[in-house]
Design a protein around this ligand. Sequence first.
Ligand SMILES: [Zn+2]
Length: 55
Amino acid sequence: MTHREPTIHHPALMVTCPRCESVPGAHCFTPSGSRLPDGRVHRDRADAHRNRQAA
Ligand SMILES: [Zn+2]
């Protein structure tokens, strides 16, 4: 498989988003207040999740 299609529950959703401050389990929101599509999170949040696993 050349690409991994994220499911509804993105692993990064388990951490608080440093970008939009969404709590764990909540979807990310854009500055305009729209919810990001399922499977989409801010890169900052993905990085935060990655860093948490590494730490
Ligand atoms: Zn976010």
